[in-house]
Design a protein. Sequence first.
Length: 325
Amino acid sequence: MSNQNVRQTEATPVVDLFGIEAPKKVTAEKFADDQNLHIPKRDEHYVFRKEFVREVLAYIQKPHNDAMLAFGHTGTGKSSGFNQLLARLNYPTEEVTCMEDMRFTDLLGQFVLKAKSPGEVPQMTWVDGPLTRAARYGHALIINEWDLMEPGELAGLNDLLDGRPLMIAQNGGEVIDPHPDFRLFATGNSAGSGDEMGHYQAVKTQNLAAMDRYRVIEVDYPEPEVEMNILARVAPKLNPELRDGMVKVANEIRTLFKGENPEAQIGITMSTRVLRRWAMLTLDFKGAKNASGYALDIALLRRADKEEREAVSRICKDVFGDLWS
Ligand SMILES: Nc1ncnc2c1ncn2[C@@H]1O[C@H](COP(=O)(O)OP(=O)(O)OP(=O)(O)O)[C@@H](O)[C@H]1O
Ligand SMILES: [Mg+2]
């Protein structure tokens, strides 16, 4: 049976944990043990969004046998939203990224040839996969790119989400009653409906019965104020006017990417990931001619086609004016 030890927690104001606006009396339970090796690494520049924090905290507090799915475009802050929030709560976490050929059994674990101690004859030994570890020890599990998995494989999670124990037939039928701190998060570019816009080719349409077990949050690119705040943290030495322009350019590119402008559509986008990279590279190459243009090339445009490069270049000239030389 599983280890059902109850962990010590400390009620901590969410304003202190996440830097979001909230009265001091609004608290979240943080695990007292901050030394667990499974706690995600903190990104000190991370900027939290209130809505997201509220919904994730509500799920952690009362999961009601649900799982939680964050879906949205690439680089909007789905995986990092979960792992950074969990990091602030000292929540031991497993994180796995799906590939097309990933099987449910890969999440459960496998037998490997292992010697118990040096010099002994190696024997086939069961090693827990991320799902089993999370259920056994009460960790959070984040399954990234969840919609790349075949629907039939993903449905393997259904029993667990219905509150039934995890049964590992391969390991002699071991039965694990999930630890009370086990939580299941998933991220993907779709809400289970497949690739509707043609941007995410390998995404699979998911089974309705499996989808029924998830609470869903749509994550869009952060508001301009949030991204200004992110850039101020990661590139404080950059001219604020330039930072402001970068956020504007990012949002114009996204409008074209999302197909919100019927005149033009492009197949590349500027994720928050790329925006951060652009700002930091501009500082790294500050001695170069048109440092921000050169940095944008490295950060994004080298993988764009000619038309996309021209469209982005027009946006930059519009937004930056004289600053774009
Ligand atoms: N709120 C934020 N504050 C600071 N940095 C952020 C924020 N959101 C995203 N980022 C940056 O963008 C990167 C990408 O975010 P993340 O990995 O969460 O994207 P994603 O939505 O999971 O994308 P994908 O669909 O490509 O997996 C992060 O590693 C981080 O550097
Ligand atoms: Mg991700």
